[in-house]
Design a protein around this ligand. Structure first.
Ligand code: NAD
Length: 362
């Protein structure tokens, strides 16, 4: 694997992000002598595909390795699953010398990272990202947590991984729908920080063979890495990662999570690009390019739901403050509106309504 970034954390440490095939060899190379136990945590899809090879690779180095899995799916990213995993670890005598190897998509990494954050007041973990969304997004930045009946990711904490492995070979088994889901975040990275990446994506055919050119994948990973390094706790610049997400989350909630996150963010990016045209001069031609690109990747370019059905969810988002609806908006491709260091702007609900109506949602 090739090192594409070393992310410096606020505590003064750093962790490497490595990308390529053969995550098990890289894991072996990075294994620390003070990690006496390994706990591989995967879901019911990624476990059978990857856990054994990873645990075999560290067997001679960790005293013992425990393999755990939980049923795949966002609905299992909850406190109950966390408790089941923790109890299995306690029962097996896992102690503070253990390192958790989280292997899977964002659900597994968020959940296993949260287990690591609180197990015996915090143990180390590494992320092996196997979905495209986890590779370009969830594996980096240290956000961990679980969902609740009251909303997603409402219980959690920051806990930085010791290393991140972007296992590009793993994409071969990833369902196409999940690949599209990750493509939406990749496009988002191009819009918020990298016009060259945007052009490269425009030239890239949809990867039916699940191969994303490394220069494209790694550029996207690097954008996430640089942004979280600059603002670990989301007090400022990290908010640019929320482009498309204010509208996207509201669409997701109004559709009762039946539509994948990336698909909702895709439609959300179109909505917010049109809003950006009105309030910070984003060129209409760039919105057209964005729509063409998303459509080519098989992603929705308009909400499938009307404004009335989702307005109640717009203000409830945890990104919003004091009842105002906030959006991170681009000024041009690759440049976000700084808004005096807040990196998000209040948007009048009537502008949302007008935009949804123009897009003919519902
Ligand atoms: N921590 C963060 O900063 C952050 C950022 C973005 C998203 N997230 C979270 O990430 C989650 C979504 O992540 P996701 O889209 O990866 O979902 P996911 O983890 O549910 O993965 C999607 C599906 O693909 C399967 N899968 C993963 N890798 C595979 C592979 N290589 N081969 C075959 N199947 C594979 C999984 O088992 C699952 O069924 C959400 O819970 C979201 O809140 C977190």
């Amino acid at each position: 694997l090739k090192k594409i970034a070393d992310i410096v954390t606020s505590k003064g440490g750093s962790y490497p992000v490595l990308s390529g095939v053969d995550a098990e060899t890289a894991l072996k190379g990075l294994w620390r002598s003070d990690w006496k136990q390994g706990v591989v945590i995967a879901d019911s899809n990624t476990g059978p595909l990857f856990s054994r090879t990873l645990s075999d690779s560290i067997k001679g180095m960790a005293g013992r390795v425990l393999e755990l899995s939980f049923p795949a799916g966002e609905e299992n990213k909850n406190r109950r699953t966390k408790e089941v995993l923790e109890d299995s670890m306690l029962k097996a005598g896992v102690d503070r010398t253990a390192c958790i190897i989280a292997v899977g998509g964002g659900v597994t990494l968020d959940l296993a990272g949260f287990v690591a954050a609180t197990y015996m007041r915090g143990i180390d973990h590494v992320n092996v990202a196997t979905s495209l969304l986890a590779q370009v997004d969830a594996s980096i930045g240290g956000k961990t947590g679980v969902d609740t009946p009251y909303g997603k990711n409402l219980i959690g904490t920051f806990h930085q991984p010791r290393a991140v492995f972007i296992d590009t070979g793993a994409l071969k088994t990833l369902p196409l729908k999940e690949l599209r889901n990750g493509m939406a975040e990749l496009v988002k990275h191009a819009v918020i920080a990298d016009p060259v990446l945007f052009t490269a994506l425009e030239r890239m055919p949809f990867p039916d063979d699940k191969t994303i050119p490394p220069e494209i994948l790694n550029r996207s990973v690097l954008i996430k890495a640089l942004v979280v390094q600059e603002d670990e706790r989301e007090n400022g610049k990290r908010r640019i990662l929320n482009f498309g997400h204010t509208a996207g989350h509201a669409i997701e909630m109004a559709m009762d999570y039946k539509e994948p996150h990336g698909y909702c963010v895709s439609a959300g990016m179109v909505v917010e690009a049109m809003i950006a045209e009105k309030i910070c001069g984003f060129p209409g031609e760039s919105t057209k390019r964005l729509i063409r690109l998303l459509a080519r990747f098989g992603l929705p370019v308009a909400p499938r739901i009307g404004f009335d059905a989702l307005s109640q969810y717009l203000a409830s988002d945890k990104k919003n403050r004091g009842g105002e609806i906030h959006c991170a908006l681009p000024k041009s491709l690759g440049v976000m509106e700084e808004a005096g260091g807040r990196w998000s702007l209040p948007v009048d609900p009537s502008l949302f309504k007008e935009t949804f109506d123009r897009l003919g949602g519902g």
